[in-house]
Design a protein around this ligand. Structure first.
Ligand SMILES: Nc1nc2c(ncn2[C@@H]2O[C@H](COP(=O)(O)OP(=O)(O)OP(=O)(O)O)[C@@H](O)[C@H]2O)c(=O)[nH]1
Ligand SMILES: [Mg+2]
Length: 191
């Protein structure tokens, strides 16, 4: 749950970035980190070895909401993690979910399966999935094999969630995705 610290004037949100293997989760984090101006770590984070640990994580400052600083914690975890208990801990207190879909025709089934897995996993963790802020990103729009947005929407987004096109390798749509999910989380928080 997003929370406000009235002493430090900060709002913290936790965002899960998920999607099938190879869809571009790490590439998204790398791009968001590169494009964001306000960083919360002293040292540069390197994503060169995506297998450096059981999860990848970046903390960012995203801006102001009234007189509060909004800080977001974005993380992604490998689909078939060897650390189930660890994953369970990571999945606590999520405020919003970004699903990175691979736009290629050959990945369609994997996208569908992965999205269902995310829903089941979070439901098992006690979330009301349909009430959780969610954004779908159609990545790899530059790929010659990319399906039309209409087809992807039909398969992955029949209920009309917020969605966005991206080419993570060219930094297109990456930070916009994070802004979108953060906006949805803050709307909820405001209620
Ligand atoms: N053409 C193209 N390639 C992309 C794009 N985004 C990511 N890739 C490439 O797709 C491959 C997989 O990207 P990753 O970011 O490692 O995917 P991932 O979702 O982190 O994969 P796992 O960690 O294995 O689950 C890499 O070679 C990326 O450079 C894109 O928008 N367009
Ligand atoms: Mg990765």
């Amino acid at each position: 749950m997003a929370y406000a610290n009235f002493e430090t004037k900060e709002i913290h949100c936790k965002i899960l970035v998920c999607g099938p293997p190879g869809a571009g989760k790490t590439e998204n984090l790398r791009s968001v980190y590169k494009r964001s101006s306000v960083r919360l770590t002293k040292d540069t984070i390197y994503f060169e070895d995506s297998r450096f640990g059981p999860f990848e994580f970046i903390p960012l400052s995203i801006g102001q909401l009234r007189d509060f600083h909004v800080k977001i914690h974005i993380f992604t975890t490998p689909e078939h993690s060897l650390y189930p208990t660890f994953n369970m801990v990571l999945l606590r207190g999520i405020d919003g979910v970004v699903f990175i879909a691979d736009s290629r025709l050959s990945s369609l089934q994997e996208n569908v399966d992965s999205w269902l897995q995310v829903r089941d996993m979070l439901t098992m963790e006690g979330y009301n999935f349909s009430a959780l802020p969610r954004v779908i990103q159609y990545n790899k729009r530059d790929h010659e094999e990319a399906l039309s947005i209409e087809s992807l929407r039909q398969e992955l987004n029949p209920t009309g969630l917020h969605d966005i096109e991206a080419v993570a390798t060219k930094h297109i749509g990456t930070l916009e995705t994070i802004h979108k999910i953060t906006g949805l989380i803050l709307d909820e928080f405001g209620k």
